[in-house]
Design a protein around this ligand. Structure first.
Ligand SMILES: NC(=[NH2+])NCCC[C@H](N)C(=O)O
Ligand SMILES: [Mn+2]
Ligand SMILES: [Mn+2]
Length: 322
């Protein structure tokens, strides 16, 4: 293929849509809502514009969605704060959709991982409309986040986004994710996990039952990250639009301690960056989420975790490729 001809589904790689989601309601620990500001203050947008020469469309606000807080938000099917999470992710979905529909590569900063209900549904819908195609999702995480409300032991919605996005968890009520329609959905066949090491019993059952492609830390140790990425991208197909959802807790807590559900035995910083570089190399990245950075969970100011986050975003956007 001539170098000028990029596959038609690709967003203009220099045009970024940028969304900052200061939402922490998918889990109990305050502080994860402050991550977008911490990342921006550490120079993220400036680096994207100056070093990577991107054009960044950003409304200049870290949304806290205060106006969406319901007056009453009781537990429902065991989910905690279901109406708030539903309302926020619906707004995020629309924001991400309009950037993606306009042909931009969308970068979303969380926030806890429940926000991916918004981001993935937004890109899935935009790509269906623009190209009549399905997206693939690479979910980099210590956790599978595929609990249904019924399998969840915690009731925390950040452990459920993949179940709602794949339709494994269904809900009619419009104000509790009932707004998710077919057009927002992701196929379980187009989902690949990397970095798993803390999976709930019910989740394991789901992964097996649906034959979901998952590379655990055991697999990373066995094959090495290079082979894992070949297999992951081979599974998806190299011309499929990719949404990369990166939970910072995929990295080992040595490198990224400031996160709400840290699990030992994770990816090195270099392995995390390498995953992003491989996705960048495909040229098929359409959206990136960076979630679960919690700057308040470290008395030393979380600078290591924030810097790790910055590096993940830069690598996914091709900064470190020649
Ligand atoms: N996005 C995350 N960090 N998720 C952690 C989920 C932990 C646990 N599996 C739960 O469902 O509560
Ligand atoms: Mn997660
Ligand atoms: Mn996680």
């Amino acid at each position: 293929m001539a170098s000028s001809a990029q596959p038609k589904f690709l967003p203009n790689r220099h045009d970024l849509g940028f969304v900052a989601v200061g939402f922490s309601g998918g889990q109990p620990k305050p502080g994860v809502d402050a991550a977008p500001m911490a990342l921006i203050e550490a120079g993220l947008i400036q680096q994207l514009e100056e070093d990577l020469e991107k054009k960044v469309s950003y409304d200049g606000t870290v949304h806290n969605y205060a106006e969406l807080v319901p007056s009453d938000d009781p537990d429902y099917r065991g989910m905690k704060r279901p109406k708030f999470a539903s309302a926020v992710t619906k707004v995020v979905s629309d924001q991400v959709y309009s950037h993606a529909k306009a042909g931009k590569l969308v970068v979303t900063l969380g926030g806890d991982h429940s926000i991916a209900i918004g981001t993935v549904s937004g890109t899935a819908k935009a790509v269906r409309e623009r190209l009549g195609r399905e997206i693939a999702v690479i979910w980099v995480d210590a956790h599978a986040d595929i609990n249904t409300p019924e399998t969840s032991e915690s009731g925390n919605i950040h452990g459920m986004p993949v179940a709602f996005l794949t339709g494994l968890a269904k809900e009619e009520r419009e104000d509790v994710f009932g707004w998710l329609k077919e057009e927002h959905m992701l196929s379980t066949k187009k989902l690949v996990y990397i970095g798993l090491r803390d999976i709930d019993k019910g989740e394991k059952k789901i992964l097996r039952e649906y034959g979901i492609k998952a590379f655990s830390m055991h697999d990373v140790d066995r094959h090495g990250i290079g082979k894992i990425m070949d297999m992951a991208i081979g599974w998806i197909g190299s011309d499929t639009p990719i949404h990369l959802s990166f939970d910072i807790d995929a990295l080992d807590p040595i490198y990224a301690p400031s996160t709400g559900t840290a699990v030992r035995g994770g990816l090195t910083l270099r392995e995390g960056d390498f995953i992003c570089e491989c996705v960048a190399e495909t040229g098929s990245l359409i959206a990136l989420d960076l979630v679960e950075v919690n700057p308040s969970l470290d008395e030393h100011g979380a600078s290591d975790t924030v810097r790790a986050g910055l590096s993940i975003v830069r690598c996914a956007l091709g900064d470190t490729l020649l």
